[in-house]
Design a protein around this ligand. Structure first.
Ligand code: AP5
Ligand code: ZN
Length: 214
């Protein structure tokens, strides 16, 4: 199964990706996580990406498309994958289409901006696994520690309110057009489109996903 997770920063893509990975046994391809790994490794790409991400802007299509194509070609993606945070612009979606990469489901998490801003302040992440928590809505078993490894959780550099607002503006400008793009793909019979209310509790969103995807 090939799935695209679409939604604003903080809409719950990473959270539901963890659920879907466990349920369907397909890998999560998070371009954000890939970029953060490059930053941590101190590569040239990482240095460039950090500057852009800290400003809440998007990394160039060319770089991102190259990264994703390389990742999708790996062995563990042959039975499907979850795209989390990609595509994010029309050129990225077009590049996938041109490369002959089809998808079965496009899932949109609908969450208003004010809910997002409130959520981001409480996010804590475990970078090594991509597991995501929230101090109130999805707390770890032990405060500040990852459930599986006990590692220290961190706050993402781009979760400052000022940066979140910039990321939201960019989402509306550059990524929101993909809602129409993939709705049209669904109308043409190329995939299924699911719009979910992402403001409900994590478990309720997961349950609806499971129902929709079968
Ligand atoms: P990326 O890492 O993709 O960030 P994002 O899209 O902005 O999304 P987030 O990871 O912030 O949110 P999410 O939807 O995964 O929400 P989460 O599940 O964590 O990208 C970061 C940056 O990298 C970009 O700004 C850009 O610079 C660059 N980049 C990445 N991909 C790119 C691309 N394709 N092209 C160009 N540049 C790219 O949840 C958020 C919080 O809410 C958590 O605390 C969680 O516990 C909580 N939560 C989740 N669901 C619920 C719920 N139902 N109820 C209550 N709380 C909830
Ligand atoms: Zn995420």
């Amino acid at each position: 199964m090939r799935i695209i997770l679409l939604g604003a920063p903080g809409a719950g893509k990473g959270t539901q990706a963890q659920f879907l990975m466990g349920k369907y046994g397909i890998p999560q391809i998070s371009t954000g996580d890939m970029l953060r790994a490059a930053i941590k490794a101190g590569t040239e790409l990482g240095l460039e990406a950090k500057r852009v991400m800290d400003e809440g802007k998007l990394v160039s299509d060319e770089i991102i498309i190259g990264l994703v194509k390389e990742r999708i070609a790996q062995d563990d993606c042959k039975d499907g994958f979850l795209l989390d945070g990609f595509p994010r612009t029309i050129p990225q979606a077009d590049a996938m289409k041109e490369a002959g990469v089809t998808v079965d489901h496009c899932i949109e998490f609908d969450v208003p901006d004010d809910v997002i801003v409130e959520r981001m302040g409480g996010r804590r992440v475990h970078p090594a696994s991509g597991r995501v928590y929230h101090v109130v809505y999805n707390p770890p078993k032990v405060e500040g520690k990852d459930n599986e490894t006990g590692d220290e959780l961190i706050v993402r550099d781009d979760d400052k309110e000022e940066t979140v607002r910039k990321r939201l503006a960019i989402y509306h400008e550059q990524t929101k057009p993909l809602v129409n793009y993939y709705s049209a793909e669904a109308d043409a019979g190329n995939c299924e489109y699911h719009k979910l209310d992402g403001t409900r509790p994590v478990e309720e969103v997961s349950a609806e996903l499971a129902e929709r995807l079968g």
